[in-house]
Design a protein around this ligand. Structure first.
Ligand SMILES: NC(=O)C1=CN([C@@H]2O[C@H](COP(=O)(O)OP(=O)(O)OC[C@H]3O[C@@H](n4cnc5c(N)ncnc54)[C@H](OP(=O)(O)O)[C@@H]3O)[C@@H](O)[C@H]2O)C=CC1
Ligand SMILES: CC(C)(CO)C(=O)C(=O)O
Length: 329
């Protein structure tokens, strides 16, 4: 299977490594120091189950890589316009494109059914550029559980032993193309890749943690466990998780989880969420998809979220103050 991973950072580096290790014909769209490092030394994945180096084809020019069976997009939400502008040469008539990213995806209401079916989310896809370049037909939803950090360009450290990439078609079908990508992703060991009939539920199952722990850690400047060690912040995390669950249910999803148990399960996690990693690195933070849009959807669903409003409002102000929040559009 020919698979191109678009964006060879923490998650893209991990997934490209697993795909190559599992025998797929893998290429990556990378740039800058990551591109030079991968070309010179290959891509190294350092994970609890194995440390290995693979040598995918790498380019900053998708035309050099050509049409693929599948493209896996693993950039930050605000980088999607760049993907839209460049992706065309990777797409043949049958190419599937899986967006394996955090937060509310640009396609959220496509093939959703009901009154909201087809509603565009311009803050996540300014000008509809991704929709136009990729199209809803090709799109597969993705949710990734894997705590990854770029140690140095071309070298990804994976913290958790059992990663997971959940895939799902927007219309809930379990397609052959999703199963083929799932098989390629899991063939490299260390990752499972279920194909599910309700990917939006999985988006929210993950998002409730990102929107709760993300702003707390961004503000505390500490990893998840150390942040939760402060009793007032632990209590806020529980309230935030509960509110996030209410948004998902307000949007019609059957999301049932125990917020306190989730916080307890996260207490041993030292990982700094990617939003904090970006803040510390002086980069733009991925605010729209993970923090801002979920609250816009809460308003749409008539759900009140006072704790999340406070946390997200403060996190946004902090990122704005350091020039690291770029509103979409
Ligand atoms: N890191 C983690 O542990 C987790 C992250 N996620 C999610 O996964 C997604 C990816 O995050 P993460 O891997 O951390 O992000 P990274 O910033 O580490 O990786 C994104 C990579 O894509 C590259 N890129 C972006 N646009 C282009 C382009 N047009 N051409 C070539 N390369 C490009 C970036 O290059 P450059 O650096 O030059 O911009 C960067 O190397 C996000 O949605 C994140 O929230 C989900 C679970 C865990
Ligand atoms: C915290 C974590 C690793 C949860 O999987 C994440 O999604 C992120 O770092 O953005």
């Amino acid at each position: 299977m020919r698979v191109c991973v678009f964006g060879a950072g923490a998650i893209g580096g991990h997934l490209a490594g697993r795909l190559a290790r599992g025998g797929a014909e893998v290429s990556v769209v990378a740039r800058g120091a990551a591109l030079s490092a991968i070309r010179e030394k290959g891509l190294t994945v350092e994970a609890p189950d194995a440390t290995f180096t693979v040598r995918p084809d790498a380019s900053d020019d998708p035309a050099a890589l050509g049409p693929q069976d599948a493209v896996v997009v693993t950039v930050k939400g605000y980088q999607l316009p760049g993907v839209a502008a460049a992706i065309a040469p990777l797409l043949g008539p049958q190419t599937a494109v899986a967006f394996v990213m955090n937060g509310i995806p640009w396609w959220y209401f496509d093939r959703h059914g009901g009154a909201l079916d087809g509603r565009a989310l311009p803050a996540l896809d300014p000008g509809g550029a991704v929709r136009a370049a990729v199209g809803v037909e090709r799109t597969i939803g993705g949710v990734v559980y894997s705590a990854c950090t770029v140690r140095e360009p071309g070298h990804v450290h994976v913290e958790n032993a059992k990663g997971k990439v959940i895939l799902g078609e927007l219309d809930g079908s379990v397609s052959e193309r999703a199963k083929a990508l799932s098989a390629a992703l899991s063939a490299g060991g260390g990752l499972s890749s279920p194909v599910v009939p309700d990917i939006r539920r999985e988006v929210w199952m993950k998002l409730v943690s990102n929107i709760s722990f993300g702003p707390l850690c961004l503000l505390s400047r500490q990893g998840i466990g150390p942040t939760l060690a402060e009793p007032a912040l632990r209590a806020a995390a529980v309230r935030a998780l509960e509110e996030a669950g209410t948004i998902a249910r307000g949007l019609g999803l059957p999301l049932d989880f125990d917020a306190d148990a989730r916080v307890k399960g996260s207490e041993p996690v030292a990982h700094k969420p990617s939003i904090l990693q970006d803040m510390e690195a002086g980069k733009t933070v991925e605010m729209e998809a993970m923090l801002v849009q979920p609250l816009a959807l809460a308003r749409m669903a008539g759900v009140e979220t006072p704790t999340l409003d406070l946390l997200v409002g403060l996190a946004r102000k902090a990122a704005e103050a350091s020039g690291q929040y770029v509103p979409a559009g």
